[in-house]
Design a protein around this ligand. Structure first.
Ligand code: AMP
Ligand code: MN
Ligand code: MN
Ligand code: MN
Length: 284
């Protein structure tokens, strides 16, 4: 498969914390010139068959996708899975367990916000959650904007919901080796999502890449809506150092919130191996 095609392999629908349906995302991707698309909802693959059918109707290529929440070195890391069998039972079970703690976490987040005078956040966030099993910080962020506490969701994450701020609740997600294993055994490729977003030291980051590879991980996001041009260069070098394939994805969540739209990213550096050249047999 062509290495310069407009691939966008990271975005979210109402099945997790996006605001558009899988069908609306497929239409938006097609309209914006995406040739190969993947819907990567957090800890969920409930939208995969809809996304696949919608991509076919729009005449664009599709790879199955998800973005699994992992705890590594006491931090949350996201692992994107691409091109797996969406009906794989072990992957499904793993994701059910991974998202299982979200309800209780959300109640604890609301209790924490109440201590600084913000009331009704659990009910408020739940109204934004298209999937009640997948209540996330993004839904709380939307409620804090709606209720006038913050101007936009970026301000929310500066003032709330992150480590040391009101509304933050530490949480233990899946183990790195488990998440990579579920994806790989379902026939897919595991990819480290937006590596520049983590607050790791150089040693911790080296450990993440080393262990990820040892578990069978094969890719890293280089060009993403979460990276600056400089960060893309840094992780292009990491992809070379660790012999990882490179992925590209906007991480689009919403027309009203996301700075990077579907299909609007710069190309991958030409010498890297795009993940999709290794997943040609998995394209729908
Ligand atoms: P959760 O899985 O519930 O912890 O929610 C994580 C989601 O919150 C991410 O996927 C983003 O959509 C959003 N998010 C987290 N941190 C930030 C941030 N600093 N700025 C903007 N959005 C963020
Ligand atoms: Mn998200
Ligand atoms: Mn992420
Ligand atoms: Mn994402």
């Amino acid at each position: 498969m062509n290495s310069t095609l407009n691939a966008d392999l990271h975005c979210h629908s109402v099945v997790s914390d996006g605001t558009l349906t899988p069908e609306a995302l497929a239409a938006r991707a097609a309209a914006r010139g995406v040739d190969l698309w993947a819907l990567t909802d957090h800890d969920e693959i409930g939208g995969q068959h809809r996304a696949m059918a919608a991509a076919r109707a729009e005449g664009i290529g599709y790879l199955t996708g998800t973005e699994i929440s992992v705890t590594f070195a006491d931090q949350t890391v996201h692992i994107v899975g691409l091109g797996f069998d969406a009906d794989d039972a072990d992957l499904r079970d793993g994701l059910v367990r991974t998202r299982g703690g979200r309800g209780e976490r959300a109640r604890d987040m609301a209790a924490s916000l109440e201590r600084v005078g913000i009331c009704g956040a659990y009910e408020g966030a739940l109204r934004y959650a298209g999937n009640p099993e997948l209540i996330s910080r993004t839904h709380f962020a939307r409620y804090l904007v709606e209720s006038g506490v913050c101007r936009d969701t970026y301000e929310v994450f500066r003032r709330f919901l992150t480590e040391g701020k009101p509304g933050f609740v530490p949480h233990r997600w899946a183990r790195l080796g488990d998440a990579v294993g579920w994806i790989v055994r379902a026939g897919g490729m595991a990819v480290i999502a937006h590596p520049a977003r983590y607050g790791f030291s150089a040693n911790e980051e080296y450990a993440l890449f080393t262990e990820f590879k040892a578990h069978g991980g094969q890719g890293v996001e280089v060009v993403t809506g979460s990276h600056s041009a400089q960060e893309a260069l840094k992780y292009a070098a990491m992809a070379r150092e660790f012999s990882l394939a490179a992925s590209r994805g906007s991480d689009f969540h919403s027309p009203d919130e996301s700075h990077t739209d579907l299909g609007s990213l710069p190309p991958l550096p030409a010498d890297l191996t795009p993940v999709w050249t290794l997943l040609a047999h998995r394209v729908h």
